[in-house]
Design a binder for this molecule. Structure first.
Ligand SMILES: Nc1ncnc2c1ncn2[C@@H]1O[C@H](COP(=O)(O)OP(=O)(O)OP(=O)(O)O)[C@@H](O)[C@H]1O
Length: 406
């Protein structure tokens, strides 16, 4: 791959890899500027580059699309050259403390609703105060949903799975035809991930498991730590049928109003542009981890293999960490670590699966009464000792808990 594409675009280094293609930073020998090229092997069974080119060309007028430069084919690749954008939001989020964005950043991005940054400076690096548009990339799975007369195309009986398992809507998991509502489901999941640092199914690998997890989480579960506007967002998209046009105005208004209500103003920086604001705003947002951990904590109380001295030690630790301030308790369990090692990703929810399973087993064994008593006893003990607030009674597999306070 040393020969420049069309004798003009020299491949520098690989900057992205997706299921469909490889993205390279490319040097334009003519303009002496850096651009990007998406390369898809010709022998690839599933092709998407041609479709992407068609979509990208169609939306060139939008300020939020990467500028299309040219397309071509050589012996190995179908490719297209486009504007080089900055880092994608997922990369930026992972660099943030606790791998989450503040509400201000999430809303600011949500109001734009796009996915990779255009950094307007010469070096294409993020610097404080740099102005960034957020552009949509990757149209490999785009599909026409209206005919030439503007009528919604009838849904196919059975469609294939489309998307990235983590963000795909349940309709996609259920092999239903996708429509406008499904993009909003993905956007909704992205919001949760931005704000919480992970989704309940982040560490699950199998599509089927992810499907089950998505079915299991109600809006209350997903939005419990978030402003009520996200529940309204959820309710609206949940009400949409295949052919419905989402009320984009209403959804945007929800985000905008919340943004204004919180006094964020027009000139507030994104999290990656400034650290000061973000660190204070983070403190005010209880994380998903805190909720899950509180649940995990109650699991310990049912665990007869943890003796009262150990339980006392745990509660003293908790006190030390002053986590009561947020009535949240952090736990780190071994299972979670294992998942982290595999994935190097957040795994706040990995153990949910474990205790859900355990919960079912426990239900079956109809042993819950004595466990509740056990739990209550434990809670009384801890409350008496340190006045700790607790919240829930979900059961967790005892083997997965180690009592490291984060
Ligand atoms: N124009 C660009 N400038 C800079 N980076 C880019 C650009 N386009 C894509 N990337 C990077 O490359 C990654 C992969 O690109 P893209 O999502 O288009 O590939 P894909 O093969 O279609 O992936 P997927 O399997 O997610 O559909 C992106 O997440 C992004 O980080």
């Amino acid at each position: 791959m040393t020969t420049p594409l069309k004798g003009r675009w020299k491949l520098l280094k690989k900057i992205g890899q997706g299921g469909f293609g490889e993205i390279y930073a490319v040097y334009d020998l003519e303009t002496q500027q850096k651009v990007a090229a998406k390369m898809e092997k010709i022998d690839k069974k599933k092709r998407s580059v041609k479709l992407e080119i068609a979509v990208l060309r169609k939306i060139q007028k939008s300020r939020f699309s990467a500028k299309f430069i040219c397309c071509g084919r050589n012996q190995v690749y179908n490719y297209f050259v486009m504007e080089l954008l900055g880092p994608d939001l997922s990369t930026l989020r992972k660099k943030q403390p606790q791998k989450r964005f503040s509400l201000a950043t999430t809303l600011k991005l949500g109001i734009q609703s796009n996915f990779a940054l255009r950094i307007q400076n010469e070096t294409n690096e993020i610097k404080k105060g740099s102005k960034a548009d957020c552009c949509i990339i990757d149209f490999g799975l785009a599909r026409k949903y209206i005919d030439s007369e503007g009528q919604i195309l009838p849904p196919r009986e059975k469609a294939g799975f489309r998307g990235t398992a983590r963000y795909a809507s349940l309709n996609s998991h259920n092999r239903k035809e996708l429509s406008r509502r499904d993009d909003l489901w993905s956007l909704f999941y992205v919001f949760i991930e931005f704000l919480e640092g992970s989704l309940p199914w982040t560490t699950l690998k199998e599509k089927e498991e992810i499907t089950e997890a998505k079915k299991m989480y109600t809006n209350v579960d997903l939005c419990r730590n978030l402003p009520k506007e996200f529940t309204s967002f959820f309710r609206h998209i949940n009400s949409l049928k295949y052919q419905d046009k989402p009320n984009y105005k209403y959804l945007r208004r929800l985000l905008k109003d919340l943004y204004m209500q919180r006094g964020f103003g027009e000139n507030i920086n994104y999290d990656w542009e400034e650290t000061e604001y973000q660190s204070t705003s983070m403190k005010q947002q209880p994380s998903r981890k805190t909720y899950d951990s509180a649940i995990a904590f109650t699991g310990i109380t049912n665990d007869r293999s943890i003796n009262s001295t150990q339980k006392k030690r745990i509660s003293t630790e908790l006190q030390k960490q002053e986590i009561r301030k947020m009535s949240n308790i952090f736990f780190h369990d071994q299972q979670k670590d294992e998942c982290n090692n595999q994935n190097n990703e957040e795994s706040d929810f990995s153990y949910r699966k474990v205790y859900r399973k355990r919960e079912n087993e426990e239900e079956k064994s109809k042993n819950s009464k004595s466990e509740v008593n056990e739990f209550e006893k434990m809670m009384k003990m801890i409350n008496a000792e340190e006045n700790t607030e607790t919240s829930s009674t979900v059961i967790i597999d005892k083997k997965t808990i180690c009592c490291t306070i984060l």
